[in-house]
Ligand binder design. Structure first.
Ligand SMILES: Cc1ncc(COP(=O)(O)O)c(C=O)c1O
Ligand SMILES: N[C@@H](CCCC[NH3+])C(=O)O
Length: 422
C-alpha cells in the first residue's frame, strides 16, 4: 500500500499533485511519501510486537540513505543498519541513537572500525577472521570491549536474483557455517571483542517464507551449540530481505514473517535485531521523469525519457521491473500501445521497460516509475556526467526538496587539473 494515487486524473503524492512538484523542482526527481514510510514502519514494528518478540528494527540505510527518510523512521523509533562510515555518519546525522546502530559489511576498514568503536554503536557484525582480529586490536587500543555478532553464512538459497543472494557458501558474505563455532571460540579469547550475538542475512527481495525459516533453524542450532559451550548469546540479528510487490509478487506479510521468527526462535530469550530496507521504503518512493522525445523505429516505438540508468539502475542491473504510468491519466478507453521506455544514456541497457503497454504519450508528458524508494537514489551515479537527481519528501499537502540537484558548477568544482596539464 502506498500514498501515490490519482485525484481528478492527476497523480498525487499524498495531497500534492506530482505536476506541481515537477514544475518547482524540474525532472527527473525522486519523491517519497511520509505517510507510506510511517505506515510501513508501523506495520512492521507492530507485527513483531504482536508476535511477542523483543525486537529492535534497524533500518538498512543502503536502501535509502536520504537524511529526511532516515529521520522520519528514526522518529518512529527505528535504529539503523549501516555498511560504511558514510552511512554511519548519515544515521547519526538523522538522529539515530548510537546504541541502536549495527554495522555490517565484508570490508570494513581500520578507519571505519575506529569510528564505529569511538561512537559506541550497539554492535559490529564481523564477517571474517581478519576483521575479527583487526577489530579486537582497534577496540583494545581504546580500552573497549566491543559487542559483536559473527555474521554466519548458513548456506541457504534465498530463491531470489543471483546478484542479491548472500547466504550461499559461494557468496562472499559471512563466516562459513561449518567454521562458526571455532571462530566464536577465537573471538572469546580476544581482548577487544565480546561475542554476544549471531547475525545472518541470506539475501534481498525474498518472496517466500521458507528460506527465512531454514536460515532461522540454522541460527537456532548455533545458539544451542554456543550456549552449551558457555557463550552468553543475547541478540539474534536476522538481517533484512523481506520482498515487496513490484510486478504482482506476493511476498510474506510482516505478520507471517514475525510469526516465522517466533516459531523458530521465539523461545530462546534473545532480543531480535532486524535490518529491513526495501520493505520499509520501496513503495514509499517514485521516480518522476519527463518524455523528451517519442521516436518511431521500424519495429517499435521508443519513449525517450529524461531519467536514465544512472538514476535508477535496477532494470539495467537486475532486469528489475518497475511499473510505469503517465502522471496524467488518459481519457477512459484510450488505447494502449507497446512502447520501449528508454533513457538518454549511451547504452542499450539503459532501458526501463520493453514493450510496455502505455496510453499515447507525447514529448513533455510526465511519467512515473513506481516502487523506486529502495535502491533507487541510493544506487544512482553521475554516469554520462549527469547530475544526481533531487529528492523530495511529501507530508500531507506540503513538500520539501530534501536533496538538491547539484549544479554543473558544483560538480566541476570537485575536479582539478594536475599542474602538468594546466
Ligand atoms: C546485511 C544486510 N542487511 C540488510 C539488508 C537489507 O535488505 P533488504 O533491503 O532486502 O531488506 C541487506 C541487503 O540485502 C544486507 O546485506
Ligand atoms: N541493490 C539490490 C538489493 C541489494 C541488497 C543489498 N544487500 C536491489 O536493488 O534490489
Amino acid at each position: 500500500m502506498n500514498h501515490f494515487d490519482y485525484v481528478n486524473g492527476t497523480l498525487h503524492a499524498e495531497g500534492v499533485p506530482v505536476t506541481d512538484i515537477a514544475a518547482r523542482v524540474g525532472t527527473p526527481f525522486y519523491c517519497y511519501s511520509t505517510a507510506t514510510l510511517v505506515r510501513h514502519y508501523t506495520v512492521f514494528a507492530e507485527a513483531l510486537a504482536k508476535a511477542g518478540l523483543d525486537a529492535t528494527v534497524c533500518f538498512a540505510l543502503k536502501a535509502n540513505s536520504n537524511v529526511a527518510v532516515v529521520r522520519t523512521l528514526a522518529d518512529l523509533g527505528a535504529g539503523a543498519d549501516v555498511v560504511s562510515e558514510g552511512e554511519l555518519r548519515q544515521a547519526l546525522k538523522a538522529g539515530v541513537p548510537a546504541d541502536r546502530i549495527v554495522f555490517s559489511g565484508v570490508g570494513k576498514t581500520r578507519r571505519e572500525l575506529e569510528f564505529a568503536v569511538a561512537k559506541g554503536i550497539m554492535q559490529i557484525n564481523v564477517e571474517s577472521e581478519p576483521e575479527l582480529e583487526l577489530l579486537s586490536q582497534v577496540a583494545a587500543e581504546r580500552g573497549v570491549k566491543m559487542p559483536i555478532a559473527l555474521r554466519v553464512n548458513p548456506d541457504v538459497d534465498a530463491g531470489t536474483h543471483a546478484k542479491i543472494t548472500t547466504g550461499k557458501k559461494e557468496n562472499k558474505f559471512g563466516i562459513e557455517w561449518t567454521r562458526a563455532h571455532e571462530v566464536y571460540r577465537k573471538a572469546r579469547a580476544l581482548p577487544g571483542v565480546e561475542p554476544v550475538a549471531i547475525a545472518c542475512h541470506i539475501g534481498s527481495q525474498l518472496t517466500e517464507i521458507e528460506p527465512f525459516s531454514a536460515a532461522f533453524r540454522r541460527v537456532r542450532d548455533l545458539v544451542a551449540m554456543l550456549r552449551a559451550d558457555g557463550f552468553d548469546i543475547r541478540h539474534l540479528d536476522l538481517g533484512g530481505g523481506l520482498g515487496v510487490p513490484y510486478d504482482g509478487e506476493t511476498p510474506p506479510s510482516p505478520d507471517v514473517y514475525a510469526q516465522a521468527i517466533k516459531a523458530e526462535l521465539g523461545d530462546l530469550g534473545c532480543r531480535v535485531v532486524l535490518e529491513p530496507g526495501r520493505v520499509l521504503v520501496g513503495n514509499a518512493g517514485i521516480l518522476v521523469s519527463r518524455v523528451v522525445y517519442m521516436k518511431e523505429g521500424s519495429t517499435r516505438t521508443f519513449a525517450i525519457v529524461d531519467a536514465a540508468m544512472n538514476d535508477l539502475v535496477r532494470p539495467a542491473m537486475y532486469e528489475a521491473f518497475h511499473g510505469i504510468d503517465p502522471v496524467t491519466q488518459p481519457a477512459a478507453g484510450a488505447p494502449r500501445q507497446p512502447v520501449d521506455v528508454v533513457g538518454p544514456v549511451c547504452e542499450t541497457g539503459d532501458t526501463f521497460a520493453k514493450q510496455c503497454p502505455l496510453p499515447p504519450l507525447a514529448a513533455g508528458d510526465l511519467v512515473v516509475f513506481r516502487t523506486a524508494g529502495a535502491y533507487g537514489a541510493a544506487m544512482s551515479s553521475t554516469y554520462n556526467s549527469r547530475p544526481l537527481v533531487p529528492e523530495v519528501l511529501v507530508d500531507g499537502d506540503r513538500f520539501a526538496v530534501v536533496r538538491a540537484r547539484p549544479s554543473f558548477e558544483e560538480m566541476a568544482a570537485l575536479e582539478s587539473l594536475p599542474d602538468w596539464l594546466e
